[in-house]
Design a binder for this molecule. Structure first.
Ligand code: ADP
Length: 462
C-alpha cells in the first residue's frame, strides 16, 4: 500500500520518539530501582541497630531488671514496621515475644509484606528470616534479641507509594513526549510535504501545457528548493521553446508570404495578358524564387545545426587557408564593389569541422561585404592565445545600432528591416554561425559602431 510522505514522516518521527522514551523509562527504572534497593537495605541495617540499642536501653544496671513495658512498646512499633522481635534476658528467659503477644497481627503483617514484595519484585524470591543479635550494656552481655524480617530487603507502604508515583511520573512524561512527537511530527511532515505537493501540481500543469506557471514559495530545505528551482527552470525552458517554435512558424510564414505574393501577382498579370512576359519580369520572378530557395536552404542548415543531427566531422584545419578560400569564392562580388580584403596573423591550426567553419567564414564575410559601401576594406585577423585560437572579421560598413546588438544572433532578426529587403538577407546567417561556434565549444563576440563598421571575433578552444 502506498502511503503519503506526510503519514510516513509522522510515523517515523513518532516511532523514534517512542523508542527513545521507552529506552529512557527502562534505563531510569533500572538504575533508580538498583539505587533504591541499596538505600532500603542500608536503612534496614540501621533500623536493626536502632531496635537493638533501644531494647538495650531498657535494662536497669542498678537493680538488673528490664523495663518490659517499654520493650513491648518498641516491639509493637517495630512490628508495624515489619520487624518481628523476640527478646531474651541472659538467663534465656523470654522477656517479650511479638508472636506470643499477637499471633494474628504478626501473621497479617507478614502476609502483607510477602504479598507486596511478590507484586513489586516477583523475581526476588525473598522470605522471612530470623537473625539473633546480642544485647549489651557497657560491654557486658545482658541478653539477646531475635529479629525476623522479609529478606534480603522489603518495602514498606511508603516505599511502595514512592516507587509507584515515580513510575506514574515516568509514564506520564512518556505519554506527553509521544503525543508531542505526533503533533510536532505531523506539523513538520506537513511543512515538508506541502512544497512537494505544490511541485507535483505545477509539474501536472506544465504537462498540460501551462508553461507560465512558476513556484514562488521557498521551502527552506536545500533539496526541496533545488526541486522547486528545477521545475521553474523546466517551465521556463519549455515556455521559451514553445515561444521559439511559434515564432519560427510565424517568421517562416511571413518570410514566404512576400515572395509568394509577388510571384502570384506577376504570374496572374502575365496569365491574364495584362503583362508581357518580358525577360525583366521573368528575371524578377526568378529572383523571388531564388529568395525562397535561399530561405529554405538556410532553414534546413539551421535546423540541422540546432538539432545536433549534423555530427561534427573534425580534422586539422588551418584558419588562414579557409579564409583565403572564402575570399576567392567572393572574388567577383568583391571586385564589383571594389572591396579590398586583408588577411593578417600567424598560421594557426585547430581541430574542427572544415565545412562548418567554412560556412561560418562565408556567412560573416558575406555580411561584411553586404553591409559595406564600395571601396572599403575588410580585415581578417587570425590570432592565437594560451587556451584559444580564432579569427576576427572587421569591416568598415554601416555598423549595427547598439540596441540591436543583443539580438542579431537570433533567427530572423534583422537590424534594419527595410534595408535588408534590399540586401536580400533572411536574418538566419548569424544564428547558423552561433550554433556552429557553440557546437565547437567556442564563443562569438561582436563590436560595432554605426557608420564606422563592425567586428566579429570568434574563439575556439585549442
Ligand atoms: P542577414 O541574412 O539579414 O544578413 P544575419 O543573421 O546574417 O542575417 O544578420 C542579422 C542582422 O545583423 C542583419 O540583418 C544586419 O542587420 C546585421 N548585421 C550582420 N552583420 C553585419 C555587418 N557586418 N554590418 C552591419 N550589420 C550587420
Amino acid at each position: 500500500m502506498k502511503r503519503s510522505i506526510k503519514s510516513k514522516l509522522t510515523f517515523v518521527i513518532s516511532l523514534i520518539v517512542l523508542l527513545a522514551v521507552v529506552t529512557i523509562i527502562l534505563l531510569t527504572n533500572y538504575f533508580i530501582n538498583k539505587r533504591f534497593t541499596q538505600y532500603i537495605t542500608r536503612q534496614q541495617e540501621l533500623k536493626i541497630q536502632s531496635i537493638n540499642s533501644s531494647i538495650s536501653g531498657q535494662y536497669n544496671t542498678n537493680n538488673q531488671e528490664w523495663n518490659v513495658e517499654y520493650i513491648q512498646t518498641i516491639g509493637m512499633q517495630s512490628l508495624y514496621e515489619g520487624y518481628i522481635i523476640k527478646v531474651y534476658d541472659n538467663h534465656n528467659n523470654v522477656l517479650w515475644d511479638a508472636q506470643a503477644h499477637d499471633m494474628s497481627l504478626c501473621n497479617r503483617i507478614m502476609e502483607d509484606i510477602s504479598e507486596r514484595m511478590e507484586i513489586t519484585y516477583p523475581q526476588l524470591e525473598g522470605e522471612f528470616q530470623a537473625s539473633t543479635y546480642p544485647l549489651k550494656n557497657s560491654g557486658k552481655d545482658i541478653g539477646r534479641v531475635e529479629i525476623s524480617y522479609f529478606g534480603p530487603f522489603f518495602l514498606n507502604e511508603n516505599d511502595t507509594k514512592f516507587l509507584d508515583s515515580l513510575n506514574t511520573i515516568l509514564i506520564s512524561v512518556g505519554i506527553i513526549a509521544i503525543a508531542s512527537a505526533i503533533v510536532v511530527g505531523s506539523i513538520l511532515a506537513k511543512r515538508l510535504s506541502r512544497p512537494i505537493l505544490e511541485t507535483i501540481g505545477a509539474a501536472k500543469q506544465i504537462a498540460d501545457g501551462n508553461y507560465e506557471i512558476r513556484l514562488k514559495g521557498r521551502a527552506n530545505t536545500e533539496e526541496l528548493d533545488m526541486l522547486i528551482g528545477s521545475i521553474n527552470h523546466l517551465a521556463y525552458s519549455l515556455q521559451s521553446m514553445d515561444k521559439l517554435r511559434k515564432q519560427l512558424t510565424e517568421d517562416v510564414a511571413h518570410e514566404l508570404r512576400t515572395p509568394i505574393t509577388v510571384l502570384q501577382s506577376h504570374m496572374e498579370a502575365m496569365i491574364a495578358g495584362i503583362w508581357e512576359p518580358s525577360t525583366e519580369r521573368l528575371q524578377s520572378c526568378y529572383e523571388e524564387i531564388t529568395r525562397i530557395g535561399t530561405l529554405v536552404n538556410d532553414l534546413e542548415n539551421l535546423s540541422r545545426v540546432e538539432n545536433g543531427v549534423l555530427q561534427l566531422d573534425k580534422s586539422e584545419i588551418c584558419f588562414n587557408d579557409l579564409l583565403n578560400k572564402a575570399v576567392q569564392t567572393f572574388e567577383k562580388e568583391l571586385q564589383s564593389k571594389n572591396i579590398k580584403v586583408v588577411i593578417t596573423g600567424p598560421s594557426v591550426k585547430i581541430n574542427a569541422d572544415q565545412d562548418r567553419i567554412t560556412q561560418v567564414i562565408v556567412n560573416l564575410l558575406s555580411n561584411a561585404m553586404k553591409y559595406s559601401e564600395p571601396n572599403k576594406t575588410i580585415t581578417m585577423e587570425v590570432f592565437e592565445e594560451d587556451m584559444h585560437a580564432g579569427f576576427a572579421i572587421r569591416d568598415q560598413g554601416i555598423g549595427i545600432p547598439e540596441e540591436d546588438l543583443p539580438y542579431i544572433f537570433e533567427r530572423f532578426y534583422r537590424a534594419d528591416k527595410s534595408r535588408n529587403r534590399l540586401t536580400g538577407g533572411s536574418g538566419i546567417g548569424l544564428a547558423i554561425v552561433k550554433s556552429i561556434v557553440n557546437a565547437h565549444g567556442g564563443s562569438i563576440k561582436v563590436e560595432s559602431k554605426v557608420n564606422e563598421g563592425s567586428c566579429f571575433t570568434i574563439r575556439f578552444p585549442k
